[in-house]
Design a protein around this ligand. Structure first.
Ligand SMILES: Nc1ncnc2c1ncn2[C@@H]1O[C@H](COP(=O)(O)OP(=O)(O)OP(=O)(O)O)[C@@H](O)[C@H]1O
Ligand SMILES: [Mg+2]
Length: 273
């Protein structure tokens, strides 16, 4: 079974080295193994969906990658080379950016001010260089969302999808190679969800790899190339989205049952059960 699945996935010669690999990651809080020997990888231009019930360990796993938590065990490789990530600064220096569900925007200032929040451009007189920041902001936003026009308005006036594009612009502006999105469409309507889908396509085309955490199976099937399901801190399995269907993925999430089209992880129910 595993063999057939591996064959379906393999073609390693065409895949090359992953952009990122988290290998055998573990972290415990008190007695709880929040992440338990989890291995996931991500290729350039790929969207990897991370699924699982509440408390499965998804956010904790990506917080290790973003430097928010320090792991107890495991290694992280970028383009095949082991890297050290002990804090958010390390992660950012490696091109890893995270967009949390809250977006963490400054609501009462405009898109450009948000783009440069904490890293403002200054003129040679030491004052804020609003002209340069707005010009740069227009460039980045044009890349992501060519229809965006509301540069002069505080971001609180923008729609959810537009706010999302400002948050993404801020993340990628500083040369992100790996983007982590935790529930990016949870608070959005269908039209705005479609807009985020367009943004994600744009980022993929630029070779950025994306970890997409979502409870929404439809989003994952629409947007992700592959998916990994976690349960009790363990990876149940990893699959190309085209090799599994909704019911099979539900079975992975709920029962830890790994279907034939997926590569089982340490969290998969053993076949004897
Ligand atoms: N800082 C922390 N201190 C103690 N326990 C934690 C901490 N962060 C996470 N946990 C525990 O680790 C486990 C995994 O939580 P995590 O937030 O990673 O799950 P999740 O898959 O992201 O869930 P959700 O879908 O609800 O966001 C849970 O049992 C949680 O209670
Ligand atoms: Mg979470």
């Amino acid at each position: 079974m595993a063999n057939a699945a591996q064959k379906a996935h393999a073609a390693p010669e065409s895949r090359g080295t992953p952009l990122i690999e988290m290998r055998d990651m573990s972290i415990a809080f008190g007695g709880i193994k929040a992440v338990d020997h989890a291995t996931v990888d991500l290729y350039p231009g790929e969207v990897m969906g991370l699924l699982g019930h509440n408390g499965a360990g998804k956010s904790t796993l990506i917080k290790i990658l973003s430097g928010a938590y320090r792991r107890d065990h495991g290694q992280i490789f970028i383009n095949g080379e082991e890297v050290t990530i002990n804090n958010p600064r390390d992660a950012k220096a490696l091109g890893i950016e995270t967009i949390y569900q809250t977006l963490a925007l400054a609501d009462n200032v405009d898109a450009a001010a948000n783009l440069y929040l904490g890293r403002e451009l200054k003129t040679r007189f030491g004052t804020l260089d609003d002209v340069a920041m707005e010009a740069e902001c227009r460039k980045v936003m044009h890349r992501l969302n060519p229809n965006f026009r509301r540069f002069k308005e505080p971001v609180m006036k923008l729609s959810g999808g537009q706010r999302q594009s400002v948050a993404i612009a801020r993340a990628i502006h500083f040369n992100a190679r790996i983007l982590i999105m935790d529930e990016p469409t949870a608070a959005l309507g269908p039209q705005e969800t479609a807009q985020v889908g367009e943004l994600i396509k744009q980022l993929k085309a630029e070779g950025i790899g994306i970890f997409l955490i979502s409870h929404d199976l439809h989003d994952v099937f629409d947007l992700a190339d592959r998916l990994a399901v976690m349960k009790n801190g363990k990876v149940v399995g990893t699959a190309k989205t085209s090799d599994v269907d909704h019911d099979e993925v539900l079975g992975m999430i709920i029962a830890g049952k790994c279907p034939p089209g997926a590569i089982p992880g340490p969290g998969a129910l053993s076949m004897a059960n």
